[in-house]
Design a protein around this ligand. Structure first.
Ligand code: CA
Length: 544
């Protein structure tokens, strides 16, 4: 590496990066500049893509040293075969990729990052995309899709490569990088590289994540409020410990005991009973429950009567188990709720969790390796008092993104768009409602709840989706949308999303649509017109 030559190449077109190479600490300033700029202004590369290879970014403390491992141009073309599906799979159809500069880098000690820079027609925006599950890989599916729309895109592996649990789950630095540091360092580096490549210091920056990525999104808003102008948090797993405790709860109350096991064939039966009772509560009988909080489903209605076949009803033990699945884990000593239960209407998605014989792998890996560090640990002996408290004491401050104080993000002018599917069985949707309520409470101070809602709506909106089962939701209900459309309009044109239209398509043609409403509003049918058309619904505060 010829550092003198590097510095000369970079000098002039990217003064800030020259400063970085000299070890100046001005990058932190760069990340906190929230300015208004014209996103329609296209930028072209000011340097050769290959000239980024080998560059070292010393933007902050030595622990944040970043090295570009490679930088190569990729020709325009179709989506590579075997590309993972993006968050909303139907959107990947007909994607055509522009030519781009593909940068691979590592931030000390082991955060793998990829940053893809369009060679022409960059839309003036960075979009960082989140990870899924326990991270370990950049999210190519979402990167390709968003690159095709003109974004400079970035993703990280959050500090460890691959899906193996060990050794990273017992490495303190890598747990921290997974918990919050990896995404932040990726962001700092991505901004520096964009500035180097396009010669622009000011551009819009966005984060877009779902599931674990949704947690990363909330974590960024809470912990690094200067990183992004706009953040999209989908189906977030922001209470990671509670979420993994829920998997244990669901195992203990169902398949740990043969008498409480709920058979797969029962799920359809339970779902039908729930719909019979609750589908029409929202005024439209469409197989969907707009606001499951209004559905007070009583499982005892499924109790077998003498002589009834067990495939058409439940035993009293099974009814008890069902009740506990809806309730969610509780502390047996205090009765306090540890985490929300599943929502009525989500039953068809339960099979993978309650089939047994082992607890869901996410929970098994987490408690076995990261919490108790015991390869013989078993879900069967977990208690929701001391064991749960121990897990929170060990890791809560690192992996949970549940801080209700978003005041720094608000003050900085950031916008946070949060959405969650009511039928999500990976991350209980009530956790999103509860988090939003905790933010409202934090804002409320001495004012009224209505004032807190109004204030929150200026920078943070939550959209609950009745039909959605999670990040890659498919099915017969309208669930498809791209949060970036709403988010960029909010950030750049100050057009706050009063509603978001979700769609269902058949053979590429929209045949159902429905509005998502900013919480606490819900979509109400106006009483006439086609119920498959969003225009016949209005966003309103529920009457009770
Ligand atoms: Ca309905």
């Amino acid at each position: 590496m010829n550092w003198t030559r590097r510095a000369r190449i970079l000098k002039g077109s990217m003064g800030c990066v020259v400063v970085l190479l000299l070890g100046c600490s001005s990058l932190g300033d760069l990340t906190s500049q929230f300015a208004q700029f014209d996103s329609s202004h296209k930028s072209s590369p000011q340097i050769q893509c290959a000239s980024l290879a080998g560059v070292v970014f010393n933007s902050g403390p030595p622990s944040a040293r970043a090295t570009v491992l490679s930088a190569v141009e990729v020709a325009a073309g179709a989506l590579p075969p075997s590309t993972p599906a993006p968050t909303f799979p139907p959107m990947i159809a007909a994607v055509h990729l522009p030519a781009y500069c593909k940068v691979k880098a590592v931030v000390s000690p082991s955060i793998g990052v990829e940053i893809w820079l369009p060679l022409s027609s960059w839309n003036g925006r960075l979009q960082a995309v989140g990870t899924h599950r326990f991270a370990g890989a950049v999210d190519y599916g979402d990167m390709f899709y968003q690159l095709s729309r003109g974004y400079a895109v970035a993703s990280s592996d959050a500090g460890h490569a691959g899906q193996s649990a060990l050794p990273w789950m017992q490495n303190t630095q890598q747990i921290v990088d997974y918990g919050y540091r990896g995404v932040h360092e990726m962001t700092v580096l991505s901004k520096a590289i964009i500035t180097a490549f396009y010669g622009r210091e000011k551009f819009y920056s966005y984060f877009n994540g779902c599931s674990t990525g949704g947690k990363e999104a909330l974590m960024e808003a809470q912990r690094y409020p200067h990183d992004f102008h706009g953040i999209s948090a989908g189906d977030p797993n922001h209470d990671q410990i509670g979420n993994r405790a829920q998997y244990i709860w669901n195992a203990q109350v169902t398949f740990q005991n043969p008498s409480t096991k709920i058979q797969p064939e029962h799920l359809k039966l339970i779902h039908q009973k729930v719909l019979e009772q609750c589908d029409a509560l929202d005024g439209v009988k469409d197989g969907s429950i707009e606001d499951p909080r209004q559905c007070n489903f009583e499982p005892s209605g499924l109790l077998c009567t003498p002589g009834q076949s067990s495939d058409s009803c439940l035993s009293s033990d099974q009814v008890g188990a069902l009740q506990k699945l809806y309730e969610g884990p509780r502390n047996p000593r205090t009765g306090e709720r540890v985490y929300s239960g599943w929502s009525p209407g989500s039953e068809l998605g339960w099979g993978g969790v309650i089939a047994g014989p082992n607890v869901f792998p996410t929970a098994d890996l987490f408690f076995k390796n990261m919490v108790f560090k015991d390869p013989n640990w078993s879900y069967k002996n977990f208690n929701f008092d001391s064991h749960y408290q121990f897990a929170v004491s060990q890791l809560g401050a690192i992996v949970n993104a549940d801080d209700p104080d978003l005041s720094r993000f608000e003050k900085n002018g950031g916008k946070l768009l949060h959405y969650h599917g009511w039928k999500d069985t990976n991350h209980a949707p009530m956790q999103s409602v509860d988090y939003y309520e905790s933010v409202l409470k934090n804002l409320q101070n001495k004012g009224s709840r209505d004032q807190a809602i109004q204030r929150a709506h200026n920078f943070y909106r939550l959209f609950m989706s009745a039909g959605s089962t999670g990040c890659d939701s498919t099915g017969n209900l309208p669930t498809e949308f791209d949060p970036m459309d709403a988010l960029t309009a909010w950030v750049e044109k100050n057009q706050a999303p009063e509603q978001i239209i979700v769609m269902h398509k058949t053979n590429g043609k929209i045949d159902r649509s429905r509005p998502l409403c900013p919480y606490p509003q819900v979509a109400n049918y106006k009483g006439s017109g086609n119920t498959n058309d969003a225009s016949h619904f209005a966003c309103q505060i529920p009457s009770k």
